[in-house]
Design a binder for this molecule. Structure first.
Ligand code: ADP
Ligand code: DP6
Ligand code: CO
Length: 320
């Protein structure tokens, strides 16, 4: 028997970037995301003979490459009093560890596949809490559309819920894949180091205000406010990295070039904004009427760049 679950990635418009509890992955702030239709992970669980095994994109992973996944699997087994050995087979339809949120779809799919395999009747809230322990952002990928991860202050109270699973908003996300190599600083490491910035606490203080503003922008179908706020929030996060001690950044020269192009397009009256996660790639927020122009401009200014045109995606789906 094998059980397979598909989960889509999500991109935060209000970012999670800091933990109150590293083991339980309790965040220091609440976050808000959009789940994407264009990027996803399919993960299967089946029985193994004598040890846990992890395949990613059909390749057997070494002990080191499997460590995070298999530690998480052990934790799930312990939680539900299961002693089997398991095979995890996962296919990423998203670049792995490149700041395009592979961990969000990966751990949402894995948590749900595990529960399905063992007939564990977890409701969406419980699934979100389980996925959260694998990767914080995965808590939001249980749901489609817009999701909010309320920070809470315990394993029970920290989970995501849908704000609107089927948004009617005219909102596109163009992923500009400038560099899809595996990043050197994982998100887990980056957000830990970021806390040494003198701006970390002031940023944290703004979280509730920014989250509420974002919720209002979505409710009012106000693309301009959504875009401006998402861009500000992302830049705040990257400013914190630049002012951490020691400082670091996920930006590359191409990232800055892409930021400048978004500014230029805006000056020309093509409304668009950017958000950037823990990697060098830009996600351009725009509306349907401008998508063609934006793709054309990025294609002509960046040789051979891959651009993925995404919109809202669904929550987890059971494939068999
Ligand atoms: P990203 O920006 O892609 O989310 P992270 O640093 O947050 O990058 O997480 C990347 C890590 O997530 C990988 O190194 C790997 O441990 C884990 N991961 C990614 N894809 C999968 C998958 N399909 N199954 C299990 N674990 C995965
Ligand atoms: C910048 O969820 O990948 O994408 O919980 O340590 O696995 P871990 O981190 P992860 O961090 C995501 C950071 C972000 C912002 C966000 O998705 O909210
Ligand atoms: Co991640």
């Amino acid at each position: 028997m094998k059980k397979t679950v598909r989960a889509h990635t999500n991109i935060a418009l209000i970012k999670y970037w800091g933990k109150a509890d590293a083991k339980l992955r309790l965040p220091l702030m609440s976050s808000l995301s959009m789940t994407l239709n264009a990027f996803y992970t399919d993960t299967s669980i089946s029985k193994a003979i004598d040890k846990d095994i992890f395949y990613l994109n059909k390749k057997r992973q070494t002990a080191q490459q499997s460590r995070r996944v298999l530690n998480y699997l052990s934790l799930l087994k312990q939680k539900f009093d299961i002693n089997d050995h398991l095979i995890v087979e996962s296919i990423n339809h998203v670049p792995t560890a490149a700041g395009l949120a592979s961990s969000s779809s990966a751990f949402a799919a894995l948590a749900a596949a595990f529960c399905k395999y063992y007939d564990i009747n977890a409701n969406p809230t419980e699934l979100s809490r389980l996925a959260r322990i694998g990767s914080g952002s995965a808590s939001r990928s249980i749901f489609g559309g817009f999701a909010i991860w309320q920070k809470g202050n315990s394993d029970e109270s920290s989970y995501a819920y849908p704000l609107d699973e089927h948004p009617q908003m005219d909102l596109r996300l163009l992923a500009i894949e400038l560099n899809t190599q595996q990043k050197k600083i994982s998100s887990t490491r980056g957000m830990q180091d970021a806390q040494s910035s003198p701006f970390f606490k002031p940023w944290l203080k703004r979280n509730e205000f920014e989250l509420n503003q974002m919720i209002n922008a979505i409710k009012n179908n106000d693309f301009t406010t959504l875009g401006e706020l998402a861009e500000l929030n992302a830049n705040e996060m990257h400013a914190i990295n630049l002012t951490a001690q020691p400082e670091f950044t996920y930006f590359e020269p191409e990232t800055i070039r892409a930021i400048k192009l978004v500014e230029q397009l805006r000056q020309e009256g093509i409304e668009c904004y950017y958000t950037i996660d823990a990697g060098p790639n830009l996600k351009v927020l725009s509306q349907l009427r401008n998508v063609k122009d934006i793709i054309q401009r990025f294609s002509s200014e960046f040789n051979n760049v891959k651009i993925v045109n995404a919109s809202f995606g669904p929550g987890i789906t059971y494939l068999d």
